[in-house]
Design a protein around this ligand. Structure first.
Ligand code: FAQ
Length: 321
């Protein structure tokens, strides 16, 4: 038996047993590449995802709301960091991944290419966008790659706080004045369909789902996750007294799921090809922040080199004594 074949057998046994593949283990190149693509895209989404919400930090309606929003946005940065670290265990550098984002060779979630026009958008992002992210990430806690799966456990705990803070904003608005209720409804109208698009194209058009399910990177398909999200969210919208902007939405007694209307997939593909309402601004802002932060990275490297040189001097001095 060649070494590669032994590695392949071990890999398949791990997958079949629902055990975790770890960085030191042999893995097929396609598995490694798929993970790098997905984890990097996920990390980029967390980082770019800070922009729509940071737009409202200075305009949050109270000190409490401002503090909560800042804490949430900081969490998203942290999620990006866990995910870049998980990707680095696969043999890529964070710098390379960031460069691929900045030059349009890697993607980030379509949802972050929409503008945040009112305060109600902060509620809707927490409720729907974090809600959709949780549905996806609960599934990813069971993914077959150990570092990705473990990063998801902490992500999900924090996303659950994010979802609740968003829903609480929506509850306050929908129980408020007529003007506040109108803001909440308008935000739901604008974010509903893009939130459903977050789960990716229909299974029939998904390039990676079949192989990713075989490798247990994905544990549910795009359409099944989307259905789960709709079923979970409609009662929440009803409790708020808001109307989901879908005339075809109806509970299907036989399927025991909601049927919902057609998603505008042309809009989805337009957005992920870089032509959504905010694509250009998001990347420009990200690249600008990276360039502005260069002196911080240089200072951190200079500091670590000096600290290492000091440590080496101390060891030499002890050796000489
Ligand atoms: N946007 O074959 P599939 C968050 C691309 S985190 C852009 O089905 P796959 C937290 C896909 O890359 C949100 N592109 O792909 C937060 C592929 O293109 P490629 C991010 C998309 O990977 C909240 C092509 O379409 N979460 O929100 C999208 O098997 C609030 C064909 O698609 C994750 O990334 C899309 N929506 O399934 C932060 C979760 N969908 O690469 C701040 C991890 C698909 O061949 C504020 N990712 N594409 O050129 C996943 O679970 C999967 O990657 C899917 C897509 C399910 C997103």
């Amino acid at each position: 038996m060649t070494q590669t074949t032994a590695g392949e057998t071990r890999f398949q046994t791990t997958i079949d047993a629902d055990d975790k593949v770890e960085p030191r283990d042999w893995m097929p190149e396609g598995y490694r590449h798929t993970l790098i693509r997905q984890i990097a895209q996920h990390a980029h989404s967390e980082v770019i995802g800070m922009q729509p919400e940071s737009n409202w930090i200075t305009r949050a309606p109270s000190l409490k709301r401002k503090a909560i929003l800042i804490a949430k946005i900081q969490d998203e940065a942290g999620h990006g960091l866990y995910l870049y670290s998980a990707a680095e265990t696969l043999g890529v550098s964070r710098e390379d991944l960031v460069d691929q984002l900045h030059t349009g060779r890697q993607k980030y979630s379509s949802i972050f290419n929409y503008p945040t026009l009112t305060w109600a958008d902060m509620g809707t992002i927490g409720w729907l966008v974090d809600g959709a992210a949780i549905v996806n990430q609960i599934m990813l806690q069971q993914t077959s790659y150990g570092p990705y799966s473990r990063a998801m456990v902490r992500n999900c705990k924090e996303e659950s706080f994010h979802q609740r803070q968003g829903y609480e904003i929506m509850l306050t608005l929908s129980r408020g004045s007529a003007e506040q209720r109108a803001l909440a409804q308008d935000a739901l109208d604008r974010w509903w369909w893009p939130s459903l698009m977050m789960f990716g194209p229909p299974d029939s058009e998904s390039t990676h789902t079949e192989q990713s399910m075989e490798w247990k990177i994905k544990r549910m398909t795009n359409d099944d996750l989307r259905q789960k999200f709709v079923d979970m969210t409609i009662p929440q919208a009803e409790y708020l007294g808001l109307t989901v902007p879908d005339p075809d939405l109806v509970w299907n007694v036989e399927r025991e799921h909601y049927d919902f209307g057609d998603i505008d997939w042309d809009e989805f593909w337009t957005v992920i090809k870089g032509h959504g309402p905010m694509n250009r601004e998001r990347i420009q802002h990200k690249v600008g922040a990276w360039e502005d932060g260069e002196w911080v990275r240089e200072a951190a490297i200079a500091h670590s080199e000096k600290a290492a040189a000091r440590a080496a001097d101390t060891i030499d001095a002890r050796g000489a004594a």
